[in-house]
Structures are given as structure tokens and as C-alpha cells.
Ligand binder design. Sequence first.
Ligand code: GAF
Length: 401
Amino acid sequence: MNALTQADVQAHFQAAFGHVPEILVQAPGRVNVIGEHTDYNLGFVLPAAINYGTWIACSGSTGSGVASRQLTVVAQDFSAQRVTVDLDAEPVRDTAAPWADYVRGVVQQLRRRNFNLTGGELLVTGNVPSGAGLSSSASFEIALIRALLALSGEQIDPADAARVGQAAENEFVGIACGIMDQLVSALGQKNSALLIDCANLHTTPVRMPDDWGILIVHSGVRRGLVESAYNQRRQECEAVAKHFAAYSLRDVALPDLLAAEAQLDATAFRRARHVLTENARTLVAADAMKQGELAVIQRVMGESHASMRTDFDITTPAIDQLVSIMQDAAHGQAGVRMTGGGFGGCVVALGRQSVLPTLARAVEQQYQTLTGCTPTIIPALPSDGAFVQPPLTVTAALAHS
Ligand code: GAF
């Protein structure tokens, strides 16, 4: 993966704007250990922030009047495309620079919450593999929120930052995502996963045992039709909640769902069964991680993948093959499942550090031959959530470069 240093980010800013930045912000992507499509059903999730993220270097507007009510944003990883956003204008979607919709959506939400934003110059770059289901968008949103508020001298609670990012995505970008990705990007903790109760946003860090590790493998499967299929899953879940006159699936008990099978559409029933059983598995997994119970992790992650395949219909044949290769190679020393929204993207393994290289080798030896897809091995470390820091001094930047 592309390593990115603070000195690189500063150098990109300087090349774009001709002076040094005042503030640097980083917000991580995430890998979800377990708890898939449960967040928007107000259930439980267990993601970890990872050591890949979005960086923003920024400084306040140097001018006054009109200029100070504008943001100039350069997206280093999109051919250094430069976009200007007027802080006072009603936002309009930009088909020439879709990445800038996240900026407009975030600004709109911050304004609605009466944050007093000031203009500035922002350089955005990152190393979260895009389209991999590792939350490059949420990390961009959280980095933006932290950067814009740092420039304006305003503060935000991490849970509120997550709500702003989610609302920007739901209301402006048009994806009906839950809050998991934004919340773990804001609040993740080193060496830990974060158990989130999405009904009240209560978070509990769950420390990973010292001899455990995480391995992510990108399946090389493009995530096609993600948005429409994702939004459709959400509607299916909400329809079942409505059948029970419940606010969300969180308020439906598994025995009641099972008893109602004959009255429900067969697909809707399977969708809800995935969500309710996944909530239970997530709580078991959090406890097993805390206690270092590998056999339990292996079982529930395996069950989670099977449920995503047969009940939620979000895996693909190549991803099922990838999971199977890694499960066989793990010999009970790691849990393996697809991670993220599905329809492509990545597989995650959590288990004994010593076995993870064996899993990576098995993937390299078998996956491409069996599926024709090219895998990418992504070693990952559970990491801290978003942070703001002053830039390196010129001397320190030179020493790092
Ligand atoms: C995507 C969404 F953005 C999350 O909110 C979550 O629903 C996830 O898919 C599935 O668990 O990452």
C-alpha cells in the first residue's frame, strides 16, 4: 500500500498553494470485524479504525471579503483537481468532480447545525484503497469536518462529527449508509476494535489480544451496483420492522421473527434473519475478542459470512472462494469473513499473528487460479481515530523526507 507521511502531505499542500499549511488532519478508514448491515437497523457493530486514512492539510483564507467565504479544495489523488466551494451558497451536485460532493454535503450539514465556518485552502490526499469497502468516503468526511472546524476555531463531539458525516452522505451524496464507518473513523483506538451500539451510539473499545492481528485481502472484485443494492437492502429491513410495527429491527426479537416466517415475504424474512442473528454474533465476538477465545471468533465470523451469503445475498462467488481458501489455511487460528457493505471488496481475517502469513501465502497460491481475480494483501493495524495536529516545522519536514 502507498505509504504516506506527514511531510508528503505538507509538500503537496505547498505545491498546490505556494505556502505552508497551518493544520494537518488525519482520519482513518476502517475494517469491520463483524456486524454487517446492522448499523442502520440500530444494532451492534465491531469495526476497527486502520492505519490507512485521509489526510487534509489546510490553512485559513489569506484574503478577506468574498475570498474568506470560500473553500478552495485540491484533491491530490484525483489529478490534483481544484474545486471552489462557496460557504454561503446552496450546494449543487458536481458531476465533473463527484468527490467534491462530500465537501458540499459536509458544509451543508455543518451550516445547518449553525457552525460558523470560515474559508480556507485544503489539500486532500489519502491511502485508503478506494472501492475496497474500507470506508475511504467516511474517512474523507471525518477529516473534512475536523479540518473545517479547526480552521474556524470550533469544536465538535466525535459522535456529532459522525452524525454530520452520515447526514452528508444520506442527504446530499445519496447513499443511505448507517453510522458505523464515520463513528469508528472519529473514535477508533489503537490495538482495539470498537463495539458500537448503534441505537444510542454507546461505544466500548475492545482490546485485541497482543498476539492477534488483522489481515485484509482485497478480492479484486469491483463493487458493482453497490449504491442501489445497498439502499434496497435497507428498505427491505425497514419493511420487516414496519410489519412488526417496530421503529427498527432492533426492536424485533428473533423468536418473533421466526414465528412470523409464513406471513413474511421469503426474501424479507431472510434479510431480517441475517440482521438479528448478526447482532447476536457481534456481541459474542466482542466478548470472545476480550477473552482471547479464538475458537469462538472463528465460529462466529464463519457464521457471519454464511449468513451474508445465504440470507443477505451480498457476497460474490469469488469472495466466497477467497473466504474458503483463508478459512482452510487458518486451521482454527483465525476467523475469516467478507467485510463491509458487500458485492465485492475485501475479506478480513482476525486471529493469531503467526498464522496470518500462511493465509496470505494460500491466497497468493490459489485465489487467482481459481477465480481469475487478482488479490491484494493489505496488512492492517487497529489504529486511533481522527486527529488534528500542527504541521512539522520546515527542518523537521526535511528530516522526515
Ligand atoms: C457500508 C455503510 F457505509 C455502513 O454504514 C454499513 O452499513 C456497512 O456498509 C455494512 O455493514 O460500509
